[in-house]
Write a protein of this length. Structure first.
Lengths: 190, 190
DNA sequence: GTTAGTTCTTAACCTATATTAAGAAAATCG
DNA sequence: CGATTTTCTTAATATAGGTTAAGAACTAAC
């Protein structure tokens, strides 16, 4: 199963046989059944997770007890609380599985140490982070400038797979509206 | 003036004398008077800018002609259209100066080439990008979970300098409300 | 220092989206 | 399979924040 990560890395920068071995030793495989947590608010994020199967999500719970989804992570995505993972401070995010999932976990410690041994991996993560930032910026702009209906349409275009596998209320939460309002939008002709 | 960038880099990973020389050759200093552009929507973002003095901003103009601020860049910040800069696709953002400013510009080309010569700089940008993503995530969560008034208070706490130097309408745009509504919020007791 | 352009404030009115509630449909689990 | 929980829909009502407009307060430019 680790091969899935290796080929993801190879898609960005080619690893030698030795380097592949090192990577294999650093990550640990883990099953995450639906509704089980990978990380909880209040803790420091020690790990980043690469999704082999299934789908995870990160979200906060606000003062009124409502959940707000920051990220979905289907197959081949990394997920963590970036803020806590990078600054090693207490986290506000929860990360759990929306479907029965299988992940690889990598600790921040290992990650930083590996950057010195395999600079290619620093490049790999630099590129992933750049892409994530670019997407995040896009999402912010959509938020600032588009009404909910258009944000929903864009979500459907961008993540057609998720539309069919995830409950609508999760998607409503991601685009920043209530499930009731999303249901209403969907009910409207065209 | 380039020294300002050098010490910013040194704050994250120490450069040798030789490396400093290389950096100095790669960037170009540029004056940007208030209201002048560093980058325009429709073009591909060739450059990222490091602000030496003054303050820049990136923003989109929506279908109704309204501006929405994605980022402010006061002294010692980098600014670019990350999406366009990374993917080398046509940009939707404008970047201009809110105050008379002085910047250093670095092309994507140079940046990528320098990563091979000075891996330390790949690390520098990897770390900056991680931090930017962590902040961006935070902003998204605030957006999803907090009312405008609280977002404004957090902005004041986070960027006390900007509150005094920038017009309120720019700040309203950044936190995602109209200037009229911000004025109303500020008028309310406590 | 006058003029012209911005920015800020206030207030009346409007709208997108939230809230509440209750039933229908679907998914999960024993 | 039936029972229970979760999700989805619909509709009535409520509200945060937008729109419009007009005057006041700044700022910049000559």
């Amino acid at each position: 199963m680790v091969d899935k990560l290796i080929s993801h890395i190879n898609g960005i920068c080619l690893l030698t046989g030795d380097e592949i071995e090192i990577v294999k030793e650093l990550v640990r495989e883990k099953d995450v059944p639906r509704k089980h947590f990978v990380h909880r608010a209040g803790e420091i994020a020690q790990y980043s997770a690469f999704v082999l199967e299934g789908c995870l999500r990160s979200y906060i719970i606000d003062q009124n007890g409502f959940e707000h989804v920051l990220q979905f992570a289907p197959e081949n995505w990394w997920i963590s609380d970036m803020y806590s993972f990078v600054k090693q401070t207490s986290s506000e995010l929860n990360i759990d599985a929306l479907l029965d999932s299988k992940v690889l976990i990598l600790s921040r410690d290992c990650q930083l140490r590996i950057f010195d041994r395999i600079p290619k991996l620093e490049r790999y993560f630099r590129i992933l982070t750049e892409n994530a930032l670019a997407s995040s910026n896009h999402r912010t702009l959509d938020y600032l400038s588009l009404p909910a209906k258009v944000r929903y349409q864009k979500f459907c275009d961008l993540y057609p797979t998720l539309i069919n596998t995830l409950p609508q209320k999760q998607i409503a939460s991601f685009i920043g509206i209530t499930p009731e309002f999303l249901s209403k939008l969907r009910g409207e002709r065209n």
